[in-house]
Design a protein around this ligand. Structure first.
Ligand code: MUC
Ligand code: MG
Length: 371
């Protein structure tokens, strides 16, 4: 019987190509927790647990993810048979509350390992891919309108991305509206522009903001109000034609059920990190499909490992009406996988090699490892 022999965790710090400004923080570096699981045959699975801005985005930080993995997860997993990933994840979910990002890192590494054992990509383990190339937008968040416009024009010229998301909510409403209107006017009607407020508005600000964004031709408003304020999302989704994308509000399938039952008519951002893994994120997609709610492939700005894991999951969803934002690796100055993901033609290819389809470059890994 093949067993889990050893699990190691690392924090990898890589600088971003430019400051990335969100409503709650500005990022100059991304810190990724990497999990390496070795089985009794000597094969290795890798996983990633990553968040944004330390504790600025949510209750897990890179340091807490690593500590909790080392202290609580690893003793539960070591020496366990690798027959059923579902049973291992059920065992973790029974013993450990929350810690969704850490759980996502573990499930990714287990799936990578199982895929390598069987010689199939993770998408096959999840039932099979419906698409091998997935659309991917770019997030403009330099904090400067003219820089954002120049960046978008370069992406359009290279055919690298044709849709954009603006990070707003850190400035006054008037400044944000002026910014979004200017970007939309400069890029034109062919280009889809969405905004992410990251919970920064209350409902009355959101009413003013959404009216102005709708007028400016913005296509989608992500998480305008606080995560727990389901009632405002429902009211706003009924009041405006411009659709709302629920992000921080929806962690798991129960959130998706409760929000849609209250009459929410927008869309939902899926993230493997929010849900606690690939299968849990796909469960959210199933609830959304049953409720007639569109889905979108979201990121917590993971590097190549977390991004590839999500791509395998999203590839099994028959249709993602809003595409994805799996651009995380492109925001980093360097990578520590031997062959990075292939971004082309306004999207990214789903890897096809066994497991995640990625291999660690050990020299780079050591270079960026937090000592
Ligand atoms: C979020 O809230 O959507 C995704 C892209 C980005 O720039 O930040 C994230 C998080
Ligand atoms: Mg968001």
């Amino acid at each position: 019987m093949i067993k889990i022999e050893k699990i190691s965790t690392f924090i990898i710090d890589i600088p971003t190509i430019r400051p990335h400004k969100l409503s709650m923080t500005s990022m100059a570096i991304q810190s990724m927790v990497i999990v390496r699981i070795r089985d009794s045959q000597g094969l290795e699975g890798i996983g990633e647990g990553t968040t944004i801005g330390g504790l600025a985005y949510g209750p897990e930080s890179p340091e807490s993810i690593k500590t909790n993995l080392d202290t609580y997860f690893i003793p539960l997993l070591c020496n366990k048979p690798l027959d059923s990933i579902k049973e291992l994840m059920n065992m973790l979910n029974r013993s450990i509350r929350g810690n969704f990002i850490a759980k996502s890192a573990i499930e990714t590494a287990l799936l990578d390992l199982k895929g390598k054992q069987l010689g199939v990509p993770i998408s096959t383990l999840l039932g099979g891919s419906c698409q091998n190339h997935i659309s991917c937008l770019w997030v403009l968040a330099s904090g400067d309108t003219s820089k954002d416009i120049a960046e978008a024009k370069e992406m359009l010229a290279q055919n690298r991305h044709c849709n954009f998301k603006l990070k707003i909510g850190a400035n006054s409403l008037q400044q944000d509206i002026t910014h979004a209107t200017a970007v939309k006017a400069a890029l034109g009607n062919e280009v889809s522009i969405r905004v992410d407020v990251n919970q920064a508005w209350n409902e009355s600000t959101a009413i003013k903001g959404m009216a102005a964004l709708q007028e400016a031709g913005i296509d989608l408003v992500e998480q305008p109000t606080p995560a727990k304020d389901f009632a405002s999302l429902v009211r706003l989704s009924k009041k405006f034609n411009i659709p709302i994308l629920a992000d921080e509000s929806i962690l798991d399938k129960r959130d998706a059920f409760l929000l849609s039952r209250q009459g929410f008519s927008g869309s939902v951002a899926l993230k493997i990190a929010k849900a606690g893994g690939l299968t849990a994120a796909l469960d959210v997609a199933v609830v959304c499909a049953a409720a007639g709610v569109d889905v979108y492939g979201g990121t917590l700005l993971e590097g190549s490992i977390g991004t590839a894991a999500a791509l395998h999951a999203w590839s099994t969803i028959p249709s993602m009406q809003w595409g994805t934002e799996m651009f995380g690796p492109l925001l980093l100055q360097d990578d520590f996988v031997k062959t990075p993901l292939n971004y082309q033609n306004n999207g990214v290819d789903v890897p096809t090699l066994p497991g995640l389809g990625l291999e660690i470059d050990e020299q780079k890994f050591t270079k960026y490892m937090r000592k």
